[in-house]
Design a protein around this ligand. Sequence first.
Ligand code: PEP
Length: 234
Amino acid sequence: MKIIAGNWKMNGSRDSLVHMVTALQDIDSKNTVILCVPYTMLGVDGGRVAIGAQDASAHDHGAYTGEVSANMIAATGAKYVIVGHSERRQYHGETNDIVRAKAAAVIAAGLTPIICVGETMDEKQAGKTMAIIESGVRESVPNDANNNVIVAYEPRWAIGAGLTPTDSEIADAHKLIADTLTSMGLGDTPVLYGASVKGTNAAQIMSIPNVDGVLVGGASLKPDDFIPIITSVK
Ligand code: PEP
């Protein structure tokens, strides 16, 4: 069984979410399906689809205008929160330390963080891919997480670009992440691959060792694109 998570980013509406979850109710799949949507869509009943958010404050409550706490997200019925997505790291300056604090707040609220790590094109070209991935995991995943986390490997240069690493690059990255999590006492943590996943490459990517599912951006917005990804693996 795999985990198929969609990241709607700043797209969609409550109506389009209702349309999507309705389309997903009766699909022939036992895979775990998650949709991480903008805050304004939280509270929609996902049925067999778990609903998640895309960020959470590191703080519980207080004078943090514009922020939303993990407890507030939990109160909507959501179960997951993406933290440390590359767009948060790129546009909002989120560091591994900030991501770890947010992930800890998410866990404390009883939710599961989907913690994203991955290298930029500059880091890849400088031969730093493995070092960035390992430090990303060690510094972004709370080490008392007690397996209540999901990690997503998202090569930042490939997101939304229609590019994917080679199978052996994905295999190497996921082996390193699995080994690193094991050394942190978090060996049962699922590790997702994300970046330019679509119906035509999902099954192949999920056949790579240590790939426990996928995190999907653009192709999670429409049932015709998302359903083939979910049903591509049993
Ligand atoms: C993402 O933003 O998490 C992502 C994987 O995007 P895409 O699938 O569009 O590359």
